[in-house]
Design a protein around this ligand. Structure first.
Ligand SMILES: Nc1ncnc2c1ncn2[C@@H]1O[C@H](COP(=O)(O)OP(=O)(O)OP(=O)(O)O)[C@@H](O)[C@H]1O
Ligand SMILES: [Mg+2]
Length: 617
C-alpha cells in the first residue's frame, strides 16, 4: 500500500545513492576534497619509486655515490611526506565539514518529509520507530559520509594506480598481484552480501527498543497507575537483549571474516617474492624494482584491509540509508488542488457532504457478522468487509449556522470532522467547502480557514501565549487575550505567576484537562476561521464554565459556521440543527424538540440528561 508508513525496502544501492546525491548540493566542497585527495594519492604512489631507486643504487655499495645523490633523494622524500601532511591538515577539516553539512541537509529533508506526510501515513507509523529513523539512522550515515566521501575515489584511483605501477615494473608481477586480489575481493563481496541483512535486523531491533522507551516515557502515568513498572522493565530488557544479541552476532561475523580475506591476499606477497626474486637472481630485474613491487603490494594489502572496514560501514549505512530512504521517498498521496479560493459567501452552503462514505485505509478486515434480519447471502459472497467509519452521509451547513453532531462513541463523529479539513479523502461521495470539492482547493488555504479543536488536546512545550498563537506567531498580545477571554481561559492564566508567559510542559502537563481544552479553543479562535469544528471541546469542562464559553464563543462565532460534537444536551439544545450519527450513518436530524418527539436514538442518547418536562413523552 503506497500510503502506508515504512513499506517495502528499496534496493540497498539505490538507497545509498539517494544519500550520496545529497553531496551534489555542495559541489565546491566535494571538488576541493577530491582534488586534495588526488594530490595525496599521487604522492603516495611516487614514494615507493624513490625507495626502489635508492635500493637499486645503494645495492652497488661504494660506487653508489657516483651515480646518485642520497641527500637529494632523502630531501625529496622528506619534502613529499611533509606536503602530504600539510594537505592532510586541510583535507581532514574540509571533508568533515562537507560530511556534517550534508548530514544536516539529510536531517532537514527527513524532517520535511515527516511533516508533509498524511494523517493515514502517520496513523500507521509508530512514533518511536520514526524518531529512531530520523535521528539514529541519520546518525549512522555519518561514518558512511566521512569514509565514503573520499573512499570511493581513494580505492579506485589508488588501486588502479598501484596496479598500473606494478604492471609497468613487470607484467608477470602485475598478473600475480591481480591473481591475489581476485579471490580476496570475491571473498569479501561474498561475506558483505550476507552482512547487509544482518545490519538491517540490528536496526530493526534498535527501533523496537526505541519504541518501548518512547511509549513508556509517553505513557509513564498509565504504567505507574497499573503498577506495571517491573513488567515494562522486563519488556525493555528483552528488547535490549535481542538488540545486543543481533548486534554482537553481526559485528563478530564480520570481524571473523576480514582476517581470512587478508590472509588470502597475504599469500600474494611470498609469491611475488619468489617469482621476482628469481628474476633478480637471473639478472633480469634490478633489486630496487622488486622492492618497489613489494612496497606497492603491501600498500594494496593496506587498502584491502581498509576495504574490509569500509564494507562493514557501507553495509551498516546502507540499511540505515534504506530506512531513511523509505521516509524520504514515501509518496505523499494527498495533494492539494489548484483552484483559487471561492469568493466567500457566494455559495449557499459553507460545508456540504454529498453521499460521503469513508473507510480508514488501515482498518483490518473484519468478519461480517451474520445478521438474522438480512436475507441469506449467496455462498460466493465475500466473507470479509472493511468496516465503514462513515456510510452515505449527506448534510449541509449554511453560512453562520451552528450545527451539533451527536452520537454514541465510535459512531464516526471525529471522522466526519476530519474529512472537512481533508485529513482524509472520502472513499465515496464528495465534501464541499464554499461549494467547491475540497480536493480541488489548495490544502493550506483550506486548513487555514478552518479552526479545529481536537478531541485530544496537544499543547507544545512553549509559553501559553505561544501555544495560543501557534498558527499566527505574530499575533498581537491583545488578540491573544481577546480569544483567551472568549474561551474563558483568561482568568486561570492570570492566576499563574508568569501569566501568558508561563511555559507549559510537553503536553501541558501542569494544566488540568479543562484548562488545556480552553487553550485549544482559544488557539482555534485566533485563526479567525470561517468554519469552526469543535470535537467534544467542552467535555472536560464543568457545566458552568461550559455555558460561559458557549455564550462567549457564540459572540465570536457570529457569522461563522460551527460544527460542534457534544456529549451534553445543554450544549446541543439550542443548535439550529442537530445531526445524529450512529454506526457511521446519519440516522436522525432536526431540532432538539423535533428529535425528542421522534422518540429514537437521540432521546435514548440523552435519556439521563433530560429535564423533567422533556422526559415526559
Ligand atoms: N485513525 C484511525 N484509523 C483507523 N480506524 C479509526 C481511526 N480513527 C477512528 N477509527 C475508527 O473509526 C470509527 C469511528 O471513530 P470516531 O473516532 O470517528 O468515533 P467518534 O464518534 O468520534 O467516537 P467518540 O465519541 O468516542 O469520540 C471507530 O470504529 C474507530 O475505531
Ligand atoms: Mg471522537
Amino acid at each position: 500500500m503506497s500510503d502506508a508508513a515504512p513499506s517495502a525496502a528499496p534496493g540497498a544501492l539505490r538507497a545509498l545513492w539517494g544519500v550520496v546525491k545529497f553531496l551534489r548540493r555542495r559541489p565546491w566542497m566535494v571538488a576541493g576534497s577530491v582534488g586534495l585527495l588526488l594530490v595525496n594519492i599521487g604522492i603516495e604512489l611516487s614514494l615507493p619509486q624513490f625507495l626502489g631507486n635508492a635500493i637499486t643504487h645503494l645495492g652497488r655499495g661504494k660506487g653508489a655515490a657516483d651515480s646518485f645523490s642520497l641527500f637529494h633523494l632523502v630531501a625529496a622524500f622528506a619534502g613529499l611526506v611533509t606536503l602530504r601532511a600539510v594537505i592532510g591538515l586541510f583535507l581532514g577539516p574540509l571533508r568533515n565539514t562537507t560530511a556534517q553539512q550534508t548530514l544536516g541537509d539529510i536531517r532537514a529533508a527527513v524532517y520535511d518529509a515527516l511533516q508533509r506526510q498524511t494523517f493515514s501515513w502517520h496513523d500507521n507509523a509508530r512514533t518511536g520507530e520514526l524518531i529512531s529513523r530520523a535521528s539514529t539512522d541519520v546518525f549512522r550515515l555519518q561514518d558512511f559520509m566521512f569514509v565514503c566521501l573520499l573512499f570511493s575515489v581513494d580505492v579506485t584511483v589508488g588501486l588502479l594506480g598501484t596496479l598500473a605501477y606494478i604492471f609497468a615494473l613487470s607484467a608477470t608481477l602485475g598478473w600475480l598481484a591481480v591473481a591475489a586480489m581476485v579471490p580476496t575481493v570475491g571473498a569479501m563481496a561474498f561475506f558483505a552480501a550476507r552482512l547487509q541483512p544482518r545490519w538491517r535486523k540490528v536496526h530493526e531491533q534498535h527501533s523496537a527498543m526505541s519504541t518501548v522507551i518512547q511509549e513508556n516515557i509517553a505513557g509513564v502515568r498509565v504504567v505507574k497507575a497499573f503498577a506495571r513498572e517491573s513488567a515494562e522493565i522486563a519488556k525493555f530488557r528483552s528488547k535490549r537483549d535481542a538488540f545486543l544479541a543481533e548486534m554482537f552476532s553481526t559485528v563478530n561475523y564480520w570481524a571473523a571474516r576480514v582476517p581470512f580475506a587478508q590472509f588470502l591476499f597475504g599469500l600474494g606477497v611470498p609469491l611475488v617474492l619468489w617469482v621476482g626474486g628469481r628474476q633478480v637472481i637471473a639478472g633480469d630485474m634490478p633489486l630496487g624494482d622488486l622492492a618497489k613491487a613489494v612496497f606497492y603490494l603491501l600498500a594494496l594489502g593496506g587498502r584491502i584491509g581498509v576495504i574490509g572496514q569500509v564494507t562493514n560501514i557501507i553495509q551498516n549505512a546502507s540499511s540505515a540509508a534504506q530506512r531513511v530512504h523509505e521516509i524520504l521517498n514515501s509518496p505523499v498521496t494527498l495533494r492539494g488542488g489548484t483552484r483559487p479560493w471561492p469568493t466567500e459567501g457566494t455559495a449557499a452552503t459553507t460545508v456540504c457532504f454529498e453521499h460521503v462514505s469513508f473507510t480508514y485505509p488501515n482498518t483490518p478486515s473484519l468478519l461480517v457478522e451474520n445478521d438474522a434480519a438480512e436475507p441469506p447471502k449467496p455462498p460466493d459472497a465475500p466473507k470479509t468487509a472493511r468496516r465503514m467509519a462513515l456510510d452515505d452521509v449527506s448534510f449541509d451547513l449554511v453560512p453562520g449556522q451552528t450545527v451539533a453532531l451527536v452520537g454514541p462513541t465510535g459512531a464516526g463523529k471525529s471522522t466526519l470532522l476530519a474529512l472537512i479539513p481533508r485529513f482524509y479523502d472520502p472513499t465515496a461521495g464528495r465534501v464541499l467547502v464554499e461549494g467547491v470539492d475540497v480536493r480541488e482547493l489548495d490544502l493550506l488555504a483550506l486548513r487555514r480557514r478552518i479552526g479545529i479543536v481536537f478531541q485530544e488536546t496537544f499543547l507544545f512545550s512553549a509559553s501559553i501565549a505561544d501555544n495560543i498563537a501557534f498558527c499566527r506567531p505574530d499575533a498581537a498580545r491583545e488578540d491573544i487575550i481577546r480569544v483567551a477571554k472568549a474561551a474563558r481561559a483568561h482568568d486561570f492564566i492570570g492566576e499563574l505567576a508568569q501569566g501568558y508567559d508561563t511555559i507549559i510542559g510537553e503536553r501541558g502537563i501542569s494544566l488540568s484537562g479543562g484548562q488545556r481544552q480552553r487553550l485549544a479553543i482559544a488557539r482555534a479562535l485566533l485563526t479567525d476561521p470561517r468554519v469552526i469544528l469543535l470535537d467534544d471541546a467542552t467535555s472536560a469542562i464543568d457545566p458552568k464554565t461550559e455555558r460561559e464559553i458557549r455564550e462567549a464563543t457564540a459572540e465570536l462565532c457570529q457569522g461563522r459556521t460551527t460544527l460542534i460534537v457534544a456529549q451534553r444536551v445543554a450544549t446541543v439544545r439550542h443548535a439550529a440543527l442537530i445531526l445524529v450519527l450512529k454506526e457511521g450513518r446519519l440516522v436522525e436530524r432536526g431540532t432538539h424538540a423535533e428529535l425528542l418527539a421522534q422518540n429514537g436514538v437521540y432521546r435514548e442518547l440523552f435519556a439521563t440528561q433530560l429535564t423533567e418536562e422533556e422526559v415526559r413523552p
